[in-house]
Design a protein around this ligand. Structure first.
Ligand code: ARG
Length: 457
């Protein structure tokens, strides 16, 4: 059914209808559309623009539509262009004349801006909740692994020893920033466009503050042209989702490496792995790979909407209908990634012994061996050279620094004493790194307490 029959003399071409329609994807906004209409008509009646009787009939009809959509008795049929015309046509079919009064002082332009904002606001909050659930899992891993030693890497080369708590803590920080970004976006998004009309407001005495408050906004937007053509909130959300996806992708990449035969730092649970149809020995990290892979489509959505918006003159243009499918897809994708990643990591087992052996055999304590010499009066440059010789010697013999005998140590530098073993043990190396933010368990305990506090806030 068309909303603009009056001015037109020809039927719409079928292809045009299919190209133009958005009901096939904006049907997911039905709840927001109905909520917005209830707010609008409540305000219209308060302002004396429609009667209390019409308001009650309209609200009753809208609630009926909501129920029927949710219990599946009302189907989205193809002849309607979008969710707004679908709801309105159904309303009029149900309650007759009063249904036709709902659209007074409103345009689909402010209506769609409102629906999309309500949807994005709700989804942003839901995603922040999912991020928090993942953070909770990470925090538990951190608490349990303050003394699980592992190599820290730079350039993918073993560098200095850290702990699993510390490594995982890095991702906790990223996710904390993600969560705060999401909260921040809601603050900026939370202004109500309803009442902006098509672009220039309306001549009816609307109370925009009332509808804004009714729908839980901080207030109404202040420029009607901007209200109907602003999609910054979509862009900000997609940007935050892209950053979340990037973080999950980096972590996934590490898990894929850690799960490889070469590393064996972790074992992904059977429930989150898949086999090969031809190679019986395989247990593949498909979930981590998919989370990493899906990052591409989330970035794609961000770039697509930025590009769609870049040349648009004020005010509403139909181009903006393109915001929906990509936003919905990015939201669904990130939610699924968060859920699956959380499930995967909370069931994954860590091979602590393999991690510690790897740290030892990667000479991650070489810096500490040099510091030992410095503490015994050797200038740092000389100490660096001496430890370089030790490393060369060990590589040649296929052993770790800790495996050398004292005689071997002393053959390279007589400064070494029996206490070198303690000085370069993984435990000492990590414990001594006690500046705030470092892997030392004392420092980490303080950080973990702060992380807990932030999560409980
Ligand atoms: N389906 C449209 C969209 O998503 C709704 C607004 C249509 N407004 C209009 N004047 N054609 O943007």
């Amino acid at each position: 059914m068309k909303l603009w029959g009056g001015r037109f003399t020809k039927e719409e071409n079928q292809l045009v209808h299919e190209f133009n329609e958005s009901l096939s994807f904006d049907q997911r906004l039905y709840r927001q559309d109905i909520e917005g209409s209830i707010a609008h008509v409540t305000m219209l009646a308060k302002q004396g623009i429609v009667t209390g009787e019409d308001r009650d009939a309209i609200i009753g009809g809208l609630k009926g539509i909501l129920t029927d959509i949710e219990n599946g008795t009302l189907k989205f049929t193809k002849e309607h262009e979008d969710i707004h015309s679908f709801v309105e046509a159904n309303l009029t079919e149900r309650i007759g004349e009063p249904g036709k009064r709902l659209h007074t002082g409103r345009s689909r332009n402010d209506q769609v801006a409102l629906d999309m904002k309500l949807y994005c606001r709700e989804q942003t909050e839901e995603i922040a909740g999912l991020v928090k659930e993942l953070e909770q899992v990470l925090l538990t891993i951190m608490e349990e692994n303050l003394e699980t030693y592992m190599p820290g890497f730079t350039h993918m080369q073993k560098a200095q020893p850290v702990t699993l708590a510390h490594h995982v803590g890095a991702y906790f920080e990223m996710l904390e920033r993600d969560r705060s970004r999401l909260k921040d976006i809601v603050k900026r998004m939370n202004y109500c466009p309803l009442g902006a009309g098509a672009l220039a407001g309306t001549t009816y005495p609307l109370d925009r503050g009332y509808t804004a408050e009714f729908l839980g906004f901080s207030g109404p937007t202040l420029n009607s042209m901007d209200s109907v053509s602003d999609r910054d909130y979509v862009i900000e959300l997609l940007s935050a989702l892209s950053t979340i996806a990037m973080h999950l992708s980096r972590f996934s990449e590490e898990i894929i490496i850690w799960n490889s035969n070469e590393y064996r730092f972790v074992e992904i649970d059977d429930a989150y792995s898949t086999g090969s149809s031809i190679m019986p020995q395989k247990k593949n990290p498909d979930i981590a790979e998919l989370v990493r892979g899906k990052t591409g489509r989330v970035y794609g959505a961000l770039v697509a909407i930025l590009t769609t918006m870049k040349g648009l003159p004020l005010a509403y243009n139909k181009d903006m209908q393109e915001d929906k499918e990509l936003t919905f897809d990015a939201i669904d994708t990130v939610k699924n990634c968060l859920r699956l990643f959380t499930g995967m990591i909370s069931t994954m087992s860590f091979r602590k012994d393999v991690m510690e052996q790897s740290a030892k055999h990667g000479f991650t304590n070489a810096t500490d061996a040099a510091d030992y010499l410095v503490n015994h009066g050797v200038p740092f440059r000389d100490a660096h050279g001496i430890v370089g010789q030790l490393v060369l010697y060990c590589i040649d013999k296929g052993i770790a620094l800790d495996d050398m005998t004292l005689a071997e140590f002393r053959a390279i530098s007589p400064v070494f004493q029996e206490d070198v073993y303690e000085a370069i043990s993984m435990k000492t190396c990590v414990e001594k790194r006690m500046t705030l933010g470092a892997p030392g368990p004392e420092a980490m305990r303080k950080v973990i307490a702060e992380c807990r506090r932030r999560l409980e806030d």
